[in-house]
Design a protein around this ligand. Structure first.
Ligand SMILES: Cc1cc2nc3c(=O)[nH]c(=O)nc-3n(C[C@H](O)[C@H](O)[C@H](O)COP(=O)(O)OP(=O)(O)OC[C@H]3O[C@@H](n4cnc5c(N)ncnc54)[C@H](O)[C@@H]3O)c2cc1C
Length: 460
């Protein structure tokens, strides 16, 4: 078996059944839970010209077969689902509440949990989660306790950053880390906050003859190497497309994860603002093609800054620490190079021939603002290009892995009455739209918990 096939075999994300199997999920219930979400909030996009060009360019460059419109992560080229409906209205997880019984539900907006409250129950070794301390939208402090009904539980779904942070603040985590912040230890677990991963994203900017219509990711190319090729385009209010780009947007929300913690300073933010003001905007009237590494092998960690849940913890992803991630990024950029040189794309780009691949790469580096110290000279290698341009696609995950922080039922190890169900439990972020799987997981675990309760009530 060749290297690509070996890798293909390892790439569970590109094979839905393998991903489900690796997660230890019940396949039948997974197959019921995805459509439950899809029927409510997922639509097929009316494919935009830039996305159609990527589709044709991918096929011309050999990222085949064409798998048409599908939610599955199949090798080749496809068009995926979207949460924008035909009228352009964006649907969210909140829409799923429409399926709930409102009598059983109380939703507090803008409330944040400060910590989980535990109690040692007589005769039990484990501490039990019995409630939470939280702050309401007006800053008022409250406590909420579980009802005495058997089986009542606290389910934490604060995401890959919030859930490990909340467990740590509540006393579940590495002893040394808890001690550092004078947090009373509920349960020592060295894995909380470990195994944080993010999918590195690099992109190439492509100036076009005419302004392309705005588009977000619709077409996806899944290469043999498990690199996802996607694209976005559009002319924002400022008359250029740069503000529609992932790297730029993530910089706008503080792209600090790509620099080491000690360098994350106010000066770094000021530098970002200076860089942003000096972007060569006139050059970037066009679109972007992105390369995202599926299943990165590089991992990092999350540690607390203090015990305030509103303080951002320090998160380090160690992008490209594992050489295979870097190698796959290079493969992705080479694939983009092939796509740009297809007939499809040559129809989009200016005829004056002013944009060699080298020039495109150097322009892309110049426009990228990931706060990593830049080389002043041009990119010397694709490896350097990957390192210089890496940004997040916001698919970060981990910190509360199954088998390490939670068990197979998502119950927090070392405590009772507490589960974590969200992206922090994932060891891999599945494919193009991780939120689809996270929402599916919510439905899946909801059904499982109901079945467990019914089983208990029936004395099974
Ligand atoms: C800018 C951006 C764009 C994205 N685009 C896409 C996309 O196009 N497609 C896609 O599939 N995925 C996308 N993602 C990724 C997707 O949003 C995540 O994978 C998914 O939302 C993870 O779900 P989660 O439940 O684990 O965490 P989240 O959705 O982050 O939910 C966690 C929630 O908990 C809240 N919280 C945290 N701490 C506390 C606390 N102490 N008390 C109370 N509440 C708390 C947070 O405010 C948040 O609302 C994007 C992410 C970002 C940031």
């Amino acid at each position: 078996m060749g290297e690509a096939n070996d890798l293909r075999d390892q790439l569970s994300c590109a094979c839905p059944c393998r991903f489900v199997k690796d997660a230890g999920w019940d396949e039948e219930l997974v197959n019921q839970s995805y459509p439950w979400v899809e029927e409510r909030i997922v639509y097929w996009p009316k494919i935009a010209p830039w996305q159609a060009a990527l589709r044709d360019g991918l096929l011309e460059a050999g990222v085949s077969p064409y798998n048409g419109y599908t939610y599955d992560h199949l090798f080749g080229t496809k068009v995926g689902g979207t949460i924008f409906d035909e009228a352009g209205y964006r649907h969210t997880a909140a829409d799923l509440l429409a399926a709930a019984n409102p009598d059983n539900l109380r939703v507090l907006l803008h409330a944040s949990v400060n910590k989980v409250i535990f109690k040692t129950r007589h005769g039990h070794q484990k501490q039990s989660a019995i409630g939470v301390q939280f702050k309401d939208e007006n800053g008022g402090h409250h406590q909420a306790f579980l009802s005495q009904k058997r089986g009542s539980e606290i389910i934490v779904s604060a995401g890959a950053i919030g859930s490990p942070q909340l467990l740590l603040i509540s006393g579940i985590g590495p002893r040394s880390e808890l001690k550092k912040h004078n947090i009373s230890i509920v349960f020592h677990n060295e894995h909380v906050g470990k195994g944080m991963s993010d999918n590195p994203l690099s992109s190439v900017f492509i100036p076009t003859k005419d302004p392309p219509k705005q588009s977000l990711i619709e077409t996806v190319g899944i290469t043999d190497d498990g690199v996802f090729i996607e694209a976005s385009s559009g002319f924002g209010q400022t008359g250029d497309s740069i503000h529609c780009h992932h790297g730029i947007m993530s910089a706008e929300i503080g792209q600090l994860s790509t620099i080491p913690p000690k360098d994350r300073s106010l000066e770094a933010v000021h530098k970002y603002v200076r860089n942003k003001n000096s972007l060569p905007k006139e050059v970037f009237h066009g679109g972007f093609i992105l390369s995202k590494i599926d299943g990165p092998l590089s991992t990092g960690n999350l540690v607390l800054v203090d015990t305030d849940p509103n303080s951002n913890p320090i998160v380090t992803f160690n992008y490209f620490k594992h050489p295979q991630d870097l190698r796959r990024c290079v493969y992705g950029i080479k694939t983009i190079e092939k796509i740009i040189s297809t007939n499809t794309f040559s129809n989009f780009t200016p005829k004056d021939g002013g944009y060699s691949m080298e020039k495109l790469l150097n322009m892309s580096v110049a426009a990228n603002i990931n706060l990593i110290p830049k080389h002043t000279d041009d990119s010397t290698s694709l490896e350097q290009f990957c390192r210089d341009t890496v940004v997040t696609i916001w698919h970060y995950h981990g910190g509360c892995h199954v088998g390490k922080v939670v068990d197979q039922q998502y119950k927090v190890i070392g405590a009772s009455g507490l589960r974590v169900i969200d992206g922090s439990t994932l060891s891999r972020s599945p494919g193009t739209n991780p939120q689809a799987t996270v929402m599916m997981m919510g439905r899946y675990m909801g059904v499982k918990i109901l079945r467990e309760r019914l089983g208990r009530a029936a004395g099974v």
